[in-house]
Write a protein that binds this ligand. Structure first.
Ligand code: UDX
Length: 419
């Protein structure tokens, strides 16, 4: 949707196709079925250039360039499931053949393992004998900032086996004035995984540094600031906490590790990146037990459920994992999130109490854990919250609150690698 809306906004005619009738019905009325800031405004602004359908056969002739933007979820062994991509390629091939579409270009936006471009070519070739091109054009969009990331990209990557189709895809983005890298398809596919795996590695690295800071009495915030000032390192993605979550990093790190493995290479570093990520939630629980003792029968209030702030998405959220681990230890868990309560309800056990107001959750709590870095949690009336709690314990899994302020208020405050 973001790709479609942004392409329309920069002047192209875009048809968005989905097999989910309910989503398409909503979009036709200008209602956006996901939460992404400003996306509804952008879609409604560009309704004259956008159309929505569930019928590939009715629209296949109208497009010159066909983007595949379907999901590639994790399979049990960690590899990416590209069955949706394969099925779209098959349908495109059949319809190109049926309507004798002239020289279509297929572009993968979905994150797909190296070799998928080649597989798409073979699938389409079976159905369609005339000329067509396959390109890879990975997206680098963060949830919550997807429109800004699409409109002001650091770079645009286009993988192709022929220069002419690469240039056609590149021309779509000419008004964005971003650097465009044209390469072959396997390299473009690899760039996406390498980018996400590197960022995830940065997060696991700073998490380990934070854990060492905890045991040696150093302060990770100052360490991250200082190392980030080195241009070779950079300041971003150095926030320690409960580990990375979301629909991309966990899935893509596992998939890169897995397809390296199936191609005969053991990506050792990524094993540790994943292990450290999972360990971070357990360390939060260890801190909690050190502060309050065994968790059986204790009221624990978890503030934040989304995998990061400014989204309602709880996919692979560290907060959800944490809640489940707390329950295993026998804790009575209450949770609050400004946006993600509905989505969390679908995945959490019925025994978890969802509260609409932070003060409701704080009442009689033995401890509070900050699990998502929502800025509004900073502005809660912590003086009142302290009075409401049975024990004034805060474990800040996101290093969101000011430690000295919390301690002045009389809290036993613990962050991640912070003094
Ligand atoms: C990510 C990539 O950033 C984007 O380029 C890609 O296309 C899709 O995946 P997104 O999943 O929206 O985007 O989330 P992002 O903002 O990158 O954060 C991922 C996770 O890492 C979150 O759980 C976040 O809390 C965590 N994180 C991020 C940290 O723990 N520390 C950091 O310093 C940064």
């Amino acid at each position: 949707m973001v790709t479609g809306a942004c392409l329309a906004d920069i002047g192209h005619d875009v048809i968005i196709l989905d097999i989910d009738r309910a989503k398409i019905d909503k979009l036709q009325k200008g209602i956006v079925p996901i939460f992404e800031p400003s996306l509804d405004r952008l879609i409604n602004k560009n309704m004259d250039k956008l159309s929505f359908t569930t019928h590939l056969d009715e629209v296949v002739r109208e497009a010159d360039i066909h983007f595949i933007c379907v999901w590639t979820p994790t399979m049990e062994d960690g590899s990416a499931d590209i069955s949706a991509v394969r099925s779209v390629a098959r349908e495109l091939g059949k319809n190109f053949n049926k309507f004798k579409v002239k020289a279509p270009i297929i572009v993968t936006k979905s994150t797909v393992p190296v070799g998928t471009g080649k597989a798409i070519r073979q699938i389409v070739r079976k159905e369609y004998k005339n000329d067509f091109a396959v390109c890879s054009n990975p997206e680098f969009l963060r949830e919550g900032q997807a429109i800004a990331d699409m409109m002001h990209p650091d770079r645009i990557v286009i993988g192709s086996s022929d220069e002419e189709s690469a240039k056609k895809v590149a021309s779509l983005y000419k008004d964005l004035r971003a650097p465009i890298i044209i390469t072959d398809i396997p390299t473009a596919e690899m760039i996406k995984y390498a980018a996400n795996a590197f960022l995830a590695t940065k997060i696991s690295f700073i998490n380990e540094v934070a854990n060492v800071c905890d045991v040696v009495g150093a302060d990770v915030e100052a360490v991250a600031d200082a190392i980030g000032m080195d241009n070779r390192i950079g300041k971003s993605f150095l926030k320690p906490g409960m580990g990375y979550g979301g629909s991309c990093f966990p899935k893509d790190v596992r998939a890169l590790k897995q397809f390296s493995n199936t191609n005969g290479y053991d990506f050792k570093l990524l094993k540790s990146v994943i292990e450290v990520n999972e360990q971070q939630r357990e360390l939060v629980i260890e801190k909690l037990i050190r502060a309050t003792g065994p968790l059986k029968g204790k009221n624990i209030f978890v503030l934040g459920l989304a995998f990061k702030a400014h989204t309602d998405d709880v996919r692979e959220s560290g907060a959800i994992d944490l809640v489940q681990r707390l329950q295993k230890q026998g804790a009575l868990v209450r949770v609050h999130d400004p946006l993600a309560l509905l989505n969390a309800k679908k995945v959490l056990d019925d025994k978890v109490k969802l509260v609409g107001q932070p003060h409701e959750g704080a009442n009689g709590a033995h401890a509070i854990i900050i699990a998502t870095e929502w800025p509004e949690f900073k502005d809660l009336d912590w003086e009142i919250i302290k009075k409401q709690m049975t024990e004034p314990i805060i474990i800040d899994g996101r290093n969101l609150l000011d430690p000295s302020k919390m301690r002045e208020l009389g809290f036993l405050y613990e962050g991640i690698g912070r003094r």
